[in-house]
Design a protein around this ligand. Sequence first.
Ligand code: DGL
Length: 265
Amino acid sequence: MTTAELKPILVFDSGIGGLTVLREARVLMPERHFIYVADDAGFPYGNWEEPALKERIIALFDRLLEEHDPEICVIACNTAFTLAGADLRAAFPEMRFVGTVPAIKPAAERTRSGLVSVLATPGTVRRAYTRDLIQSFATQCHVTLVGSQNLARMAESYIRGDTVADADILAEIGPCFIDEGGAKTDIVVLACTHYPFMANVFRRLAPWPVDWLDPAEAIARQARRLVPSPEGFEPLIGEDPAIFTSGKPDFSTRRLMQGFGLTVR
Ligand code: DGL
């Protein structure tokens, strides 16, 4: 079998946030083709009612799996996976799904102050899945959940090269910073895959230095574990496809995709 005959890895997000995971997965899985899928017609996922969003995601995967027959699917979206991960696995038992969930466990293991914040979409903050993670792994910590209404959109604008005002960004990340009698938040979990694109801005604007936890590399490592590296395969060179459910990503999105080695289909 040649490299070209290996099945592709499907990476999914509501928008362009999944690119933060794709870039790590590419490094660890150089012999694979990828298909990037952005459900931009449904973006942002953060404010959807749960039953409707779940139904949408399952219906979408019904088509995607049929059309692309991937080796595995990486759900590079906390908002989607914390809602529909279990349903996807139940609906498509023959497919393997790598999920993205808020990195609450590693944050609880690392914090020194015991004050951890989770910066996510309003949807991820509402999820029972997120509450369960706190119950299971972080009862000894003080976890602040910050559901940002606007940050995923801001990240999309920022990465496309538009100006986003510092004051607007600070208004979204400010609630993550808790100072309780001298003990201060020391870890902020980036629980939306869009946010790592803005990590440098967050660092510049933060009232004090914290560790911004980006799970992208851990997700890529999990994908690599599921798809063992074959012997003697050459790294792939060339473009991979990107699919936008709207069917009409704008010029700056196409340019961005090009920069990530993706061609919009
Ligand atoms: N990138 C997605 C996540 O990780 C969500 C963005 C959105 O649709 O609001 O949660």
